[in-house]
Design a protein around this ligand. Structure first.
Ligand code: BDP
Length: 676
């Protein structure tokens, strides 16, 4: 990494256990060279030795495995490593690996190169534990093939959105002044960090594809190829966001009708060009008919028609189209509740189940609205059993404090992934999401990668959850702490847990209450705006008046959104009596005096949680200040400075939200606290 760039979860010391031992890296291929390079660098630093074998299952010539502390071996399909049960080995697939230990040797066996790379990072995560005792063979494999980050990066600085749309970590890692960055060392380092948490795909440009970015598909594909070259050694495939009207924008046919033969041929040709430049290209991400982007509706075609046209162009090369389900009318009439934005994705897509090509993935935001701090799980995730669905989450903290606030999203994502759309006997979202997991990236060219150094935990947690969606998020956080702060004193570990564990709920407490969402400043979405979007056409209302608050989405009297869920959930959400407190205002319009299942009234809940939320941030700031002697000064200072802003902003939220509801409701705080 260039000097001054934070090594994040791969600081040198994490290589000590491995780098001080004797390792055999056995097998051939470019990613095996990457593995060897990593081990060799560790050994150079910590005095170990690495032997390079290239004979796969037969082992290195003349050297028995038993003379190594660690054997990292690539075997051919169907072959077996010396220590490995063949049946077990058959199961982990291209990206999996088998890990075992006996007779003083730890062995990682994989039949795909990426599997070997992930096996290496598994050993790194285990540290000294990888070299203790015996371990029966364990197969590890990712839950889904596609674990992806979408960068909303513009090639050139956009006049309104800047270089990275919703980016809070400086400029783009990939693009500067309209071209791929000249020095790709940092991009390579990024690929390495991603591989170490299990991510294998990156989309390198904004889903809002402006004209400059549209050219990446054709005459600027060389720039994409350079980025792909830098990511490839770490098993990360490159994807592009494309504009549905590309043929028109780029001088092809005068229309973009997905059923038009000339348009289809134009795409097929464009895709051939991309694969000539990037042979392992992953595919396209498409935002169509959404927030002003063009799409198939212009031609009276369905979204399956649109997606399948691109899928057909990509199929001969093994590419995938990620078609986003974020389709809604952003020019709604606020008097017409039947145009409820929450309904839109389901209304557009549920009837298309079974119509999408095999290499089309429907990429669905985790909630029905737009990455709010609290939303129900999108009913779309359980509604298309014959479609490859991917879950999209937002690591970039657009609505969760913009990387000025600490908000560790692991628990929220885990709730989504564990949700069972068909009820308790059905599968969890993590298993239903056969199309993969996608996060909007929170990374930029900031020296700490994510602006707020603690926001790195979100990126790491996303990667690990995408590998294992039912993993316990706190365990992942502990991994992140151990890797990022190796040999940390117990006090530091405890302090980090204290400030991170509850930070999502703390953020929820001082911002928009009980699932109502938004109440942010329009446009940039930072800080409170109590009526920010209330009278706007974006469809993001809370309907607060003197009598009550919330959006009636019941089937009986409201927008009918609740009926998009299957059986048990539709029933649960339908009535204010059974709807979970935290989602009450998402589903119902209730009087301020409505009593929650917690026993408090809605308005008192709002007052209490807003006071509590601020107190919790003040306490976190105090805890962080007490860790100054244990954290490297630059990192400590960066976080401390952001805590000042978080405290300021949380107080602003508290005061605006509380005084707004005091004035609307006329109900005083039971506890007599001052509300401004
Ligand atoms: C919203 C963002 C907007 C994105 C959009 C999307 O405010 O910048 O373009 O999502 O997901 O949350 O396409």
């Amino acid at each position: 990494l260039p000097a001054g760039v934070d090594p994040a979860w791969l600081p040198r010391e994490v290589w000590r256990p491995l780098g001080s031992r004797r390792t055999l890296v056995d097998g051939s291929g470019p990613l095996v060279e990457t593995v060897h390079g990593e081990v060799a660098a560790g050994c150079a630093r910590y005095g170990g030795a690495v032997v390079r074998g290239t004979r796969g299952a037969r082992g290195a010539p003349g050297v028995p495995d038993g003379s190594y502390d660690l054997v990292l071996r690539l075997v051919h399909h169907g072959g077996a490593g010396r220590h490995t049960d063949p049946a077990l080995l058959a199961s982990p697939g291209e990206e999996g690996f088998v890990h075992e230990r006996s007779g003083g040797t730890t062995t990682v066996t994989a039949s795909g190169q990426r599997g070997l790379l992930y096996g290496l990072f598994h050993v790194v995560r285990l540290g000294e534990d990888a070299f203790r005792g015996d371990r029966a063979p364990e197969a590890h494999r990712p839950a889904t093939e596609l674990r992806m980050l979408d960068h909303w990066d513009n090639v050139a600085v956009h006049p309104v959105m800047g270089q990275v749309e919703r980016g809070y970590a400086g400029g783009s890692l990939f693009w500067r002044d309209g071209s791929a960055v000249a020095d790709l060392e940092r991009v390579r380092g990024y690929g390495r960090l991603l591989a170490a948490c299990g991510i294998n795909a990156v989309s390198v440009n904004n889903v809002n594809v402006h004209e400059a970015e549209a050219h990446l598909l054709t005459d600027r594909v060389g720039d994409v190829a350079r980025i792909a070259d830098a990511l490839r050694p770490y098993g990360v495939r490159t994807h592009l966001s494309v504009n549905f009207a590309s043929p028109v924008l780029l001088g092809g046919p005068a229309c973009a009708d997905p059923l038009d033969a000339a348009v289809r041929e134009w795409w097929a040709e464009a895709v051939r060009g991309v694969y000539a430049a990037v042979p392992d290209f992953g595919g396209f991400v498409v935002k169509a008919d959404s927030e002003g982007q063009p799409g198939p509706f212009t031609y009276g075609r369905s979204h399956a028609d649109g997606a399948n046209m691109l899928a057909a162009a990509l199929a001969p090369h093994g590419g995938t189209v990620h078609w986003r389900a974020f389709v809604y009318d952003h020019r709604q009439d606020w008097r017409d509740r039947s145009s409820d934005r929450a309904r839109a994705a389901y209304d557009h897509f549920a009837t298309l189940d079974g119509e999408f090509a095999d290499n089309a993935v429907l990429q669905v935001k985790h909630g029905p609205m737009d990455f709010q701090v609290r939303e129900p799980v999108s009913p779309v995730l359980g509604a298309l059993p014959r479609t490859r669905v991917a879950v999209e989450v937002q690591a970039t903290q657009e609505y969760t404090g913009q990387q000025r606030h600490v908000c560790w999203l692991g628990p929220m994502w885990s709730e989504v992934l564990r949700f069972r759309p068909g009820g308790e006997h059905g599968s969890a979202v993590g298993a239903l999401a056969r199309g993969g997991m996608v996060a909007v990236s929170n990374v930029g060219d900031d020296p700490f990668w994510t602006g707020h150094p603690l926001a790195q935990a979100n990126l790491y947690t996303f990667g690990r959850l995408s590998w294992q969606p039912d993993a316990e998020p706190r365990r992942i956080l502990d991994e992140w702490i151990a890797l990022t702060f190796p040999s940390a004193a117990d006090r530091l570990v405890d302090g980090l847990r204290t400030v991170l564990h509850g930070s999502w709920r703390t953020y929820e407490k001082y911002t928009a209450p009980l699932g109502v969402g938004f109440m942010v400043q329009p446009g940039h979405h930072y800080g409170p705006g109590v009526d920010g979007y209330e009278y706007s056409p974006w469809g993001t209302y809370h309907f607060a008046d003197r009598d009550g608050i919330g959006v009636d989405r019941s089937a009986a009297t409201g927008t009918g959104y609740a009926a998009q869920y299957s059986g048990p959930w539709a029933e649960l959400y339908e009535s204010p009596g059974s709807c979970p407190d935290e989602l009450l205002l998402f589903f119902h319009h209730v009087p301020y005096g409505h009593v929650l299942s917690s026993g408090r009234t809605v308005v008192q809940h709002i007052y209490d949680t807003h006071f509590e939320g601020v107190a919790e941030v003040e306490e976190a700031r105090r805890v962080w200040a007490g860790l100054a002697d244990l954290v490297e000064p630059a990192r400590h200072a960066r976080v401390a400075e952001r805590y000042e802003e978080q405290v300021r902003c949380a107080r602003e939220w508290r005061d605006q939200v509380n005084s707004y509801f005091l004035r609307k409701s006329g109900v005083a705080d039971e506890r007599g606290r001052t509300i401004y």
